[in-house]
Design a protein around this ligand. Structure first.
Ligand code: PAP
Length: 433
């Protein structure tokens, strides 16, 4: 094996189980034969220093082409497994976190959740990386169902994957492009290998490449359309989400995701959420929601918040009424804040709405502050980007800060033309924010 996989359990076990010498030799032969094939594929250096190869009508990062071939011939998921699919920079990290936290919500408490010590990419591996260690991972050791992720276009998925449930998340191509540009530029900037040789990516040059359909796992539009059409044909097999809509209402998307994955939220879990929503509408409680939403905060913070309201209310009356209002509208919430303040561990369903807990755990603001995701150092030998590079802004419409109107109009026109007649459109997300 060329490098040690870094995945969280149980995925790490796929590489740890003992292997016979003949299996190792077989894997080596498999990967060598793929390498011979890749050497004949057309190559593009338009995103230099990264190169792409044209494989089965899509541009694939050169270093991942052999892995794609290995997936096509050796990836054998069970029908119960779930496959998350995205075009790069369309919200992969977020979808991984949400799916993982939802499927395993009964196994972990909030205070000791794996997403607090592992990146979402360690919790749910990307198949193209999982199969890039020159060894075929042993999937038999994995529990059922297991979640995998991939950037592979629908037409490149192996037959074996078509029996699994697929969740597809897409994003306005303008934002996906801007995100990709920053991500790769940052990878170059922090790479000792490239620092001395490269100035970074030229935005207008790579924009041309993207518009022509030459970027990772592109053409972008063919990627989206492949899954969009399949979701119309077999909605029970392909769930189609959009980043922009998910940002607007993450909770209802999470409910649909849970249902699709076969683990819908129970009445009990839902009831808690409904109660919490009612609580949030209470104007009194609204004023102290900020400390309430951060599990690290304590009752003292809430009281402090009431202090801040002094300008409008007499100090004592304000404080007493505030505490009383909170107590009667949400005594469980108060208890929760108190228990968190005391550092007591809390199970998912102890007091709070589970849906909201998961949405919060996986939110951009929360994950970005998790120590393991703040890491600025990648592993360039293993071509692993710094975890922090997956958490840039997490905004809809950030393209407006980087693309000229002309560029935006050009991309919109291509998108309109490519998606014409499909029933899919990005027009509503194109409005300048
Ligand atoms: P990948 O396809 O290479 O795995 P992916 O996670 O899709 O990367 O892309 C990162 C984008 O998702 C970043 O967008 P930006 O560059 O426009 O900021 C990142 O900020 C955003 N992102 C990461 N985590 C979240 C999250 N929890 N919620 C919303 N957006 C997120």
């Amino acid at each position: 094996m060329a490098s040690q996989p870094y995945y969280a359990a149980p995925y790490s076990l796929c590489f740890l189980s003992p292997r016979a010498q003949q299996d190792l030799e077989r894997d080596e032969q498999i990967y060598s034969s793929y390498e011979k094939l890749t050497s004949q594929l057309p190559i593009s250096h338009g995103w230099s220093p990264f190169s792409l190869q044209h494989y089965q009508s899509f541009w694939i990062p050169s270093r991942l082409v052999t892995a794609c071939m290995a997936i096509q011939s050796h990836f054998n998921p069970r029908p119960s497994d779930i496959i998350l699919v995205t075009s790069p920079k369309s919200g992969t990290t977020w979808l991984k976190a949400l799916s993982f936290a939802t499927l395993h919500r009964r196994s972990f408490s909030l205070s000791s959740h794996p997403l607090l010590t592992n990146t979402p990419h360690q919790c749910v591996p990307l198949l193209e990386r999982f199969y890039s260690h020159r060894t075929i991972p042993n999937l038999n050791v994995l529990p059922s169902p297991t979640i995998f992720a991939t950037h592979l276009p629908f037409s490149l998925l192996p037959q074996s994957a078509l029996g699994c449930r697929i969740v597809y998340l897409c994003r306005d191509p303008k934002d996906a492009f801007v995100s990709l540009y920053h991500f790769l530029d940052r990878c170059i900037g922090s790479s000792a290998e490239h620092k001395s040789t490269t100035q970074g990516l030229d935005l207008s040059k790579v924009f041309q490449m993207f518009s022509r359909g030459t970027s990772a796992f592109a053409p972008f539009w063919d990627h989206v359309l492949g899954y969009w059409k399949e979701s119309l044909k077999s909605p029970e097999m392909v769930l189609f989400f959009r980043y922009e809509e998910m940002m607007e209402d993450p909770a209802s998307h999470l409910r649909r995701l849970a249902e699709f994955m076969g683990c819908p939220f129970s009445m009990e879990e839902e009831r808690d959420t409904t109660r919490k929503q009612a609580h949030q509408q209470n104007p009194f409680v609204k004023s102290c929601l900020k400390p309430y939403t951060n599990p690290k905060n304590s009752i003292e913070r809430i009281i402090l918040k009431f202090h801040l309201k002094e300008n409008r209310q007499p100090r004592v009356v304000g404080r007493v009424l505030g505490a009383f209002g909170l107590l009667i509208t949400d005594s469980c919430g108060l208890l929760r804040v108190w228990s968190d303040g005391c550092g007591l561990p809390k199970a998912w369903s102890e007091f709070d709405g589970v849906v909201e807990d998961i949405v919060k755990l996986c939110s951009f603001d929360n994950l970005r502050e998790v120590e393991v995701n703040k890491d600025n150092k990648g592993n360039f030998e293993e071509r692993r980007p710094p975890p922090s590079s997956f958490f840039r802004k997490g905004k809809v419409g950030d393209w407006v800060n980087y693309l000229s109107m002309e560029m935006a109009e050009k991309l919109d026109a291509i998108t309109k033309e490519k998606l014409h007649g499909s029933g899919l459109s990005f027009e509503s997300s194109s409005v300048v924010p």
